[in-house]
Design a protein around this ligand. Structure first.
Ligand SMILES: [Zn+2]
Length: 71
């Protein structure tokens, strides 16, 4: 996928409001265009990422039906 390549070379700059190429320091990365701190994902993409991670996580057992149906 082209997208993965793109994301590995770019990070999201909230100031520019787009994915940009960036300068990496030890703890942070900075937009090459405006100098703001950039993040790995945009807010929306981050949410999507978290949701996809949560979906993969096992959810503690199978769903149970109520046992008091016949009472
Ligand atoms: Zn920027």
């Amino acid at each position: 996928m082209d997208n993965l390549d793109y994301y590995s070379d770019h990070k999201y700059c909230p100031t520019c409001d787009k994915y940009v190429s960036y300068l990496m320091s030890i703890e942070q990365s900075f937009c090459t265009q405006c100098g703001s701190e950039v993040r790995l994902f945009s807010k929306d993409d981050w949410q999507e990422f978290n949701e996809s991670m949560a979906a993969k996580r096992p959810k503690g057992g199978r769903p149970r039906k109520s046992e008091r149906d016949s009472a």
